[in-house]
Design a protein around this ligand. Structure first.
Ligand code: PEP
Ligand code: MN
Length: 340
């Protein structure tokens, strides 16, 4: 099994091209990382039937490496450099800390516009807002649907903010893509393989939230489903997992997941401390901790009147609290060597 070919530092361009040609002739695609000294050629596809010798004999090949993990495109071995995702002029990953903020649900134009303008003024870069809401109870508010998308579109045009919204099913993807700059796959749908495949086939960044009880391996394999279809713009989001004590917090925010994901994968890693804790008073401290642990961004629920929110009011920050969060995280972002 040959997955990664490390070319020797003295390999010529002709030798590198020859190896790439050989890989392509075998029916595979390549991912090329050009380092200062060496070129690394990643082989995309199922390489189980390909022996190391196929490439070891080619001039210029220094090493042939197999990836024994189930996920390959998501792995750091395959793609050593951090992935950078651009959404308009907003950068996600590498040395930027990106703030996504907004209400849990889009409720009205006035609510979304007020929130969006405030977020923008404070330095938030991407507006969130659910139009299709997956709710625990079928009797709870389930979002404004297409009307919510229309509001997102209007507010996006008025403020210039990029927007992210959740898709619940493969049929929603095409319509949602016309408005959304990033598609969100919620925790409840992390294992929805048809949906993962569908968003893998479109040219739009995807934020994939970790399911309530998904292992890191399952999380990365679900990202791999998207990557395998061709979409390489995947953002991972830790949003709290189920643990034994939900007396004080809604979920257990797993910050070790952030540190381990930053090692295992090149994909940007976000944290949602709103769902992660379920309490607005814990959002600021856990935001600081997330940035310190290496997160590339935060997703924060904000509402102009949290006590009147149609969903997740208890964990939503008021506008004033959001302004405080932006002030409070600044020194942490700076000390970690990133820019907001
Ligand atoms: C949300 O972001 O509003 C949401 C439903 O989150 P999760 O899928 O993490 O529960
Ligand atoms: Mn919510």
């Amino acid at each position: 099994m040959a997955d990664i070919l490390i070319m020797s530092s003295s390999a010529t361009k002709k030798q590198i091209d020859n190896v790439i040609k050989k890989v392509k002739n075998l029916g595979f695609n390549v991912h090329i990382s050009k380092g200062a000294e060496k070129t690394i050629i990643g082989i995309i596809g199922d390489t189980r039937g390909i022996s190391d010798e196929t490439f070891k004999i080619l001039p210029g090949v220094a090493e042939v490496i197999s990836i024994l993990k189930e996920y390959k495109l998501a792995s750091r071995e395959f793609h050593p450099a951090d992935t950078l995702i651009k959404v308009g002029n907003v950068e996600i990953g590498r040395n930027t800390l990106t703030i996504i903020a907004g209400p849990c649900s889009v409720e009205s134009k006035a609510q979304l516009l007020k929130t969006a303008e405030f977020i923008k003024r404070c330095g938030g870069k991407i507006l969130r807002g659910g139009a299709f809401k997956p709710r625990t109870s079928p009797y709870s508010f389930s979002g404004l649907g297409f009307e919510g998308l229309k509001i997102l579109k209007d507010v996006k045009e008025q403020t210039g903010l990029a927007v992210i919204t959740e898709v619940l099913s493969p049929e929603d993807v095409d319509g949602t893509m016309e408005v959304a700059d990033i598609l969100q796959i919620g925790a409840r749908n992390m294992f929805n393989y048809r949906l993962l495949q569908k968003v893998g086939q479109v040219d739009k960044p995807v934020l994939l939230k970790r399911a309530f009880s998904a292992t890191i391996n399952e999380f990365l394999n679900c990202a791999e489903y998207i990557l395998k279809e061709g979409n390489r713009k995947v953002i991972l989001c830790e949003r709290g997992i189920r643990s034994f004590d939900s007396t004080f917090t809604r979920n257990t925010l797993d910050l070790s997941a952030v540190a381990v994901l930053k090692k295992e994968t090149h994909l940007p890693v976000f944290v949602d401390p709103s769902h992660g804790t379920g309490r607005r008073d814990l959002v600021i401290p856990m935001s600081k901790a997330s940035i310190a642990a290496g997160a590339d961004g935060l997703m924060i629920e904000v509402h102009p009147k949290p006590e009147e929110a149609l969903s997740d009011g208890f964990q939503s920050l008021s506008l004033e609290m959001f302004a405080r969060l932006m002030k409070d995280i600044f020194p942490v972002v700076k000390v970690i060597g990133k820019k907001l």
